[in-house]
Design a protein around this ligand. Structure first.
Ligand code: MRU
Length: 353
């Protein structure tokens, strides 16, 4: 059976089941998330991670948030409070607040239409919207794959960073969906997975899922990318994104910006693959995107073992911004935006989908 990073089990009294990504690649362990606190812990510790996946999980989180309430009056207030908590569990990926506000709007609309709405109807509306977000994510991933596979040529050497695959979404991923689609169409290529320090999403997660999919995969340390490009082993770079500003500047896992600079220097195309839920058109450019700063120990230790002297200063920004001018194209489910800029992005969002 196909691996699913997250799934809702049952009806409005159900729970969220997710792969604990902190345990991979050693063990494939599922966690059952039955309340908002466990969900927030899972998101903060990166047991559930990747922008689209945390968006979908957050939507289901609102079902958990009101499961125990029997009073329709208090439900919206409770929902608002828990929504705020869930949305602020990680600051960079916009999918989180996007999903949470979508679900809240549905609940609000029901109550505005029918102030006497029963709690059970409210719960049903919320679960229904969460399922819809889930299904849409699956569909968006599939379409991103179809829209992007043409950029993979036979014999390509593809470099990817972090994990933008099925573990990071409810579907087949964004950057990796493009790769899966190219394989489905019989193309031959090799993928280089950056290990992605500090938390090793590339070597632990991307390598795990690509190996399961029988895709020719080679793990490299982050600092090897330039040398490999110089040797002609890399013909394209493709990554996901956590938030894309109105002008195309894109936040993604720390290290993505350096790759974009290297790609430009070596005249290698650099692609971002992301669904519409990752665009934040309210934000003018990348400098306005909040970058999550994570605990110092993630840098100071590897697999629990200290690798720095105690007390040394450490920085640990989890994301960086790749300026639009370093991006050859952004691949979305709505189409491909070549040499992205504010005008082209506005255009692609003009048509309602
Ligand atoms: O800190 P993480 O592991 O959640 O960071 C994830 C990334 O940076 C991904 O590239 C991004 O969310 C896109 S996933 C389709």
């Amino acid at each position: 059976m196909k691996t699913q990073a997250i799934k809702w089990v049952g009806g409005t009294n159900g729970f969220l089941e997710a792969i604990d990504q902190t345990r991979l690649p050693q063990r494939l362990v599922m966690i059952k998330i039955r309340n908002v606190k466990t969900l927030i812990d899972a998101i903060k510790t990166l047991a559930v991670r990747g922008a689209p996946a945390i968006g979908v999980a957050a939507a289901y989180g609102l079902v958990l948030a009101i499961q125990k309430t029997g009073n329709a009056k208090n439900t919206l207030a409770l929902l608002r409070k828990q929504a705020r908590k869930i949305a602020s569990s990680r600051p960079t990926a916009v999918n989180l607040s996007w999903a949470v506000s979508r679900v809240q709007q549905k609940a609000q609309a029901l109550v505005s239409k029918n102030p006497q709405a029963a709690v059970k109807d409210l719960k049903a509306v919320i679960l229904n919207e969460a399922h819809k977000i889930h299904r849409q994510d699956v569909a968006m991933c599939r379409q991103i794959g179809r829209n992007g596979e043409k950029f993979i040529k036979n014999g390509a050497g593809i470099l990817t960073h972090c994990n933008a695959g099925l573990l990071a979404t409810a579907g087949d991923g964004t950057a990796l969906s493009v790769i899966y689609e190219a394989k489905k169409r019989g193309k031959k290529f090799r993928v280089y997975a950056d290990e992605t320090r500090p938390l090793l999403q590339g070597s632990r997660l991307t390598a795990w899922e690509l190996q399961n999919a029988e895709i020719d995969t080679t793990v490299i340390c982050d600092n090897m990318a330039g040398a490999l490009m110089r040797q002609g082993k890399i013909s394209m770079v493709i990554t996901g994104a956590d938030r894309i500003a109105a002008n195309g500047d894109s936040a993604n896992k720390i290290g993505t910006y350096s790759l974009s600079v290297l790609a430009k220097a070596h005249k290698i195309p650099f692609y971002i693959a992301a669904p519409s839920s990752t665009f934040d058109l309210k934000i003018k450019n990348g400098s306005l995107i909040t970058i999550e700063e994570r605990p110092a120990d993630e840098v100071a230790k590897i697999c629990g073992k200290r690798i720095t002297p105690k007390g040394v200063k450490i920085e640990n920004p989890a994301f960086d911004i790749t300026p639009a001018q370093n991006i050859t194209a952004i691949i979305t489910e709505r189409g491909v935006i070549k040499n992205p800029n504010a005008r082209k992005i506005k255009n692609i969002f003009r048509t309602r989908k």
